[in-house]
Design a protein around this ligand. Sequence first.
Ligand code: NAD
Ligand code: DAU
Length: 353
Amino acid sequence: MILVTGGAGFIGSNFVLDWISTGLGPVVNVDKLTYAGNRENLAAADGNPDHVFVQADICDQDRMSALMAEYRPSRILHFAAESHVDRSISGPGEFIRTNIDGTFSLLQAALGYWRGLEGKAQDDFRFLHVSTDEVYGSLGPDDPAFSETTPYAPNSPYSASKAASDHLVRAYHHTYGLPTLTTNCSNNYGPFQFPEKLIPLMILNALDGKALPVYGDGQNVRDWLYVGDHCSGIRRVLEAGRVGETYNIGGKNELKNLDVVHTICRLLDEMRPRASGSYAGQIEFVRDRPGHDRRYAIDPRKIESELGWTPAETFETGFRKTVAWFLENPAWVEHVRSGEYRKWIDHNYGSRG
Ligand code: NAD
Ligand code: DAU
């Protein structure tokens, strides 16, 4: 039995579905179901006895302890977080609560549970914390990519809250001996990504005939990784990572935002052509994100050389699969674009002009 937090979100649901479909064993999936959590992401697990869903808040330490006592997990994978940078700028409070206080509560519960284990069960237990490359801050055009020893320099309330959670995980290993692992990954994309993030937002706006809002000059660089490759990296770290270590996961796929948007337009022009002209005609430059990090890039040599992990998807295959998934799942798209989603779109884009 493994315990996953945030398994109804984008990456967590991909991880849970991959895990149970390959018969790796039962999962207890603990998620608060915020706006970003969606039971529909887990429809393929309906009726599968290897999947137990529990709606709960990671900030509730007593509840986390009770769930660990009941389900006796051999591993805890911690995905739950507030994850969107723009939301952290307009409302940082929830980020401090879930990402910092919530990780603290989960660590406290896990420490109590782990201390009660004995022998091999205690030796084999792992707490894997899923984190981000944003904790390292922003790179200049010629700076080397982020390695595991790059100093932390988070710039947004989101990345600062994730950095704090990484430090807590590190401290629980160093001070109490809790067997932790931390992964810091680059930008993910793929099925079930909530359409507040760049790639699904652009696909859906394009299909709706709406503006494609590129922040600033569109020259900011992100390192893109298909979500299935992130999940395979996490599984590899869980299986063979050295306790107490951190591993960077990335696809060596650095792209400027404007090039990402043009790629999406090109794929849509081919797969769902407009009546006339290219979707690229819908691109609009809008006011920049405050404090917008210029460039992220991951140096994945540690996970590649120590653990033999490499991504399966290229930029071209991953983007094509993703665009196809959004075209093939209109019902999922309609359901996530509920009242709450519309409110966010009005709030974030209404004043960018
Ligand atoms: P997401 O926003 O899609 O999903 C987050 C999930 O956590 C949701 O299901 C939500 O309901 C749940 N959740 C939020 N607060 C909770 C709470 N207090 N208690 C229990 N559950 C709660 O996020 P995502 O994009 O899937 O990211 C998952 C993790 O991976 C996060 O920790 C994020 O920082 C990290 N990460 C994301 C990316 C990316 O590109 N999306 C890249 C690197 C790392
Ligand atoms: O690097 C990993 C991080 O990647 C994760 O930790 C975060 O959870 C995840 O949200 C993502 O953060 P970003 O801020 O990089 O992702 P986002 O999709 O919001 O934006 C990607 C880039 O696109 C960024 O430079 C901002 C820009 N952008 C975004 C949106 C939503 C636009 O130009 N227009 C937009 O409308």
